[in-house]
Design a protein around this ligand. Sequence first.
Ligand code: URP
Ligand code: ZN
Ligand code: ZN
Length: 461
Amino acid sequence: MRTLITNGTVVNADGSTQADVLVEDETIAAVGAGLAADADRTIDASGKYVIPGAIDVHTHMELPFGGTFAKDTFETGTRAAAFGGTTTIIDFAVQSRGKSLREGLDAWHAKAEGNATVDYGFHMIMSDVNDGTLAEMDQLVGEGVTDFKLFTAYPGVFYSDDGAIFRAMQQTARNGGLIMMHAENGLAIDVVAEQAVAAGNTDPYYHGVVRYPIFEGEATNRVIRLAEAAGVPVYIVHLSARDALAEVQAARRRGAMAFAETCPQYLFLSLDDMGNGFEGAKYVCSPPLRPADHQEDLWRGLAGNDLQVVSTDHCPFDFHDQKQLGQGDFRKVPNGLPGVEDRVDLMHDGGVVGGRLSKERWVEIISAAPARMFGLAGRKGVVAAGADADLVVYDPNRRRTISADSHHMDVDYSCYEGRQVQGASDVVLSRGRVIVENGEWKGEKGWGRFLRRSTAREHLA
Ligand code: URP
Ligand code: ZN
Ligand code: ZN
């Protein structure tokens, strides 16, 4: 099967060019001007960009959390991702306390296999660090699960103390993997949260108040310092506050292997969104939304490469059922927001249209850097001969209004309800197959394959 995409502007992270793209079966066969090919199908991309399929390295399909489960399955979540131009996700498999990493990973394979509609990989969330799980880390790296997330937040759930984190870091320094850190001081947060509830401040808004930015800054500095001591690269997930960004910047200036992502919710939403009584529960996530004046610092961090990636931390809970678990006590609202469908367009609108990012930097942040940093270089994140034909014909001028009435995520609200964005995916290909075309679903449950990823140290030094 040969597909020719003609007359588009191919946008890669390192430059843009007017070129045709020839796809043969699952792979890009050629990129060049005036390709004449005997194709089975031609897609006219005049006036459009042709970009590498976007990669979301932080999703939580079916995550058990806060007494319930994140609502999107691998089928519904990857389908929604594809509508939004994302053709690869890396989800977090979870080691439950007292169980092995293997059991957690097997459970995630069972959820995804035969269900995912686009390619997927896994990171591993570590809940217990002991001799057994440390040895398992090396096995997982060999199986293409090359990153490990640990938490200084959520005491009693995912929290690890500094000794456990340091041991996992030492192991990862040896096995070539990457440590991902949720960096907030969870013990200090719990003190302030308890005081807030005791004072009668139980609305979701107080979730945003008690998780001080300085608690994120402190934990970010601490885990980067531990990583420097262990000699391992560290990637701060869902960075939300300028206090944390300052720590990443300072670490990078002194040559530390410190990297970080932020998420659209921290660039487009703020603490103000949490203020409308229990409606604020729609925006409860951790770290929380920050006062709006943090946003421009994050945008500058993205433009200047102190932040390398934008992921979504997609973790959707219905408002009318699941978020209600926190009525009367913000500590019981399940933490997480939907977003896997909207990242590419939000970042195009706020970044490229908003004049903060070039279109090449946009591709870098949503696709090329995630591929490089997470062991997919050459296969994903680039429009080039030999790469997987994960491609998006992207209309940079089409406007659409984000709404729960039209989104494909299996969740009953949108954090961006009514927001108009400029830029939208017209045609989406996953390994050469058209899976979305002008708003119509053409994909297939089970089409997505597990991605055995390599370690990415050479891209992180
Ligand atoms: O609120 C969030 N972020 N929920 C998902 C779990 C996590 O910490 O990433
Ligand atoms: Zn987290
Ligand atoms: Zn997360």
